[in-house]
Design a protein around this ligand. Structure first.
Ligand code: ADP
Ligand code: MG
Length: 242
């Protein structure tokens, strides 16, 4: 579904990604992990063109995402993105946040859009707050609404960049459980996260990054018990000692 072929990314003179080659197949859950500053956000943001690239190609459903003729709006409507910060529209109710894109972009009409939105809110356990405003919700609730909003466009793939990092610890579980549910239903997912229990349980494949490279791709079983790369071994042993 997504192919990274020889991706190079520079911020000015700083090389943020070096020759990234990787693939995500339909229904696969990839967890990207690695130390801070290793390029995880940069990599995930190249997928929906929040970041440009200087070399290589990213194919999504066979289309060259960074090609000059790529349709960015269509692309973004096919790729759900959930950020660390919740960025809901503060002046819109929960329901209107979820309804906005389908009505504007897809032209879905009032009652059908509302029905779909309520189903999505049900899926993330938020129907009781449909009329509330983002400022009246906890961080975990806002993040669950953000997931419902992304799902409203019925994207075949969802990207998550540290969706639980800004949450108080007691709210992390509710967001991870929504993500776990999505994975179970067969959603294709690319998740940057430090939640290693989630990675262990839910990931099909773990990509370990350091200094702008993917140093290891492995199943959770292999990654957590016998990582091949010395840098990954150090990462795992640091996790253990914490
Ligand atoms: P991670 O998500 O793994 O913490 P990032 O992808 O955010 O890492 O950053 C990778 C590297 O690129 C870091 O050294 C960071 O300082 C640098 N970087 C990120 N964004 C920018 C930017 N907009 N301009 C310059 N350097 C950046
Ligand atoms: Mg990051």
């Amino acid at each position: 579904m997504i192919t990274f072929a020889n991706i190079d990314k520079w911020y000015g003179a700083y090389r943020a990604l070096t020759t990234i080659n990787a693939e995500i197949t339909k229904g696969e859950v990839v967890v990207v992990c690695g130390p801070s500053g290793s390029g995880k956000s940069t990599l995930i943001r190249t997928v929906n063109r929040l970041e440009g690239i200087q070399g290589g190609q990213i194919l999504f459903e066979g289309h060259d995402i960074h090609g000059t003729d790529a349709n960015v709006n269509r692309l973004r409507s096919r790729i759900g993105f959930v950020f660390q910060s919740f960025n809901l529209f503060p002046h819109l109710s929960v329901l209107d946040n979820v309804i906005l894109s389908p009505t504007k972009v897809k032209g879905i009409k009032g009652s059908a859009a509302k029905k779909q939105a309520m189903e999505l809110l049900d899926r993330v356990g938020m129907t009781h707050k449909a009329g509330a405003y983002p400022g009246q919700l906890s961080g975990g609730q806002q993040q669950r609404v953000a997931i419902a909003r992304a799902l409203a466009m019925e994207p075949p793939v969802m990207l998550f960049d540290e969706p639980t990092s800004a949450l108080d610890p007691e709210m992390v579980g509710e967001v991870l459980s929504v993500m776990r549910g999505l994975a179970k239903e067969g959603m294709t997912m690319m998740c940057v996260t430090h939640e290693m229990n989630f990675a262990r349980e839910v990931a099909d494949t773990i990509w370990f990054m350091d200094a702008g490279q993917i140093l290891e791709k492995a199943t959770p079983e292999v990654f957590f018990s016998q990582p091949a790369h010395p840098r990954a071994q150090r990462f795992i042993s640091d996790l253990r000692s914490h």
